[in-house]
Design a protein around this ligand. Structure first.
Ligand code: PLP
Length: 225
């Protein structure tokens, strides 16, 4: 068995175990394989094993790879510049990293050209880390009110990237805060809490994230190391 197969088995096994802890199954968790800097060949290997969600954080890299694949849901997970929205808006299933109303405005404008409704998550800087993008949790209420004015955007939930820390308890606390935030706000954005998306957790901590309520995890190096 090569590494990708071995890593895949291990990750899916861990996802199943963590999901069980919170009364879910692995199919309740969307596993996005983060494929930045990973070549097409290795991505295809992962797709064959059953992954059909890829996440990229650079517009150009997504565009370079896009035509090489069929039946993939593309997730944009990096900081998105307004002038690049037009290149990806017709290609992505979910933009995880919406952090300004002016970005919403641009996504809405470009989406209209394709007669498409674009799914987005609002990025929350839950650790209030200067080096991370995202709005503060106390800005969410106002942000949602404004974002709901755009007809060609569907706000599906929230996303976060934690500050760099290896402190497990600290991570759990941040993820738990995110869970609370979505419970308190989901009624404003979706019909019921069960349909709200919460994108959090990477290779080092996706178990904790799932246990704290993640519905989408973003795993990169774990698959490709
Ligand atoms: C790179 C990246 C990931 C994946 O990180 P790993 O530690 O490699 O799993 C997840 N989310 C975002 C936004 C990223 O840029």
């Amino acid at each position: 068995m090569d590494n990708i197969q071995k890593n895949y088995n291990e990750i899916m096994n861990n996802v199943r175990k963590s999901a069980e802890v919170v009364g879910k199954t692995e199919s309740d968790i969307c596993v996005v394989a983060v494929t930045k800097t990973v070549d097409v060949e290795r991505m295809k290997e992962l797709q064959k094993l059953g992954i059909n969600n890829f996440g990229e954080n650079k517009v150009q890299e997504l565009l370079d790879k896009y035509d090489e694949f069929e039946n993939i849901n593309w997730h944009f997970i990096g900081h998105l510049q307004k002038n690049k929205v037009k290149y990806i808006v017709d290609k992505v299933s979910l933009i995880h990293s919406v952090d300004s109303i002016s970005l919403c405005e641009e996504i809405d404008k470009q989406a209209k050209k394709y007669n498409k409704i674009v799914n987005v998550l609002i990025q929350i800087n839950i650790g209030e880390d200067e080096k991370k993008f995202g709005i503060k949790d106390n800005q969410l209420d106002e942000f949602v009110k404004n974002a709901l004015n755009f007809n060609n955007i569907r706000v599906c939930g929230l996303m976060t990237i934690l500050p760099n820390t290896s402190n497990v308890e600290e991570k759990r606390e941040f993820y738990s805060k995110m869970r609370k935030l979505i419970v308190d706000n989901s009624h404003k954005i979706v019909d019921n809490i069960d349909s709200a998306s919460l994108s959090m957790g990477m290779t080092s901590d996706y178990n904790i994230a799932i246990e704290e309520g993640a519905t989408i995890i973003r795993v990169g190096t774990g698959f490709f190391c």
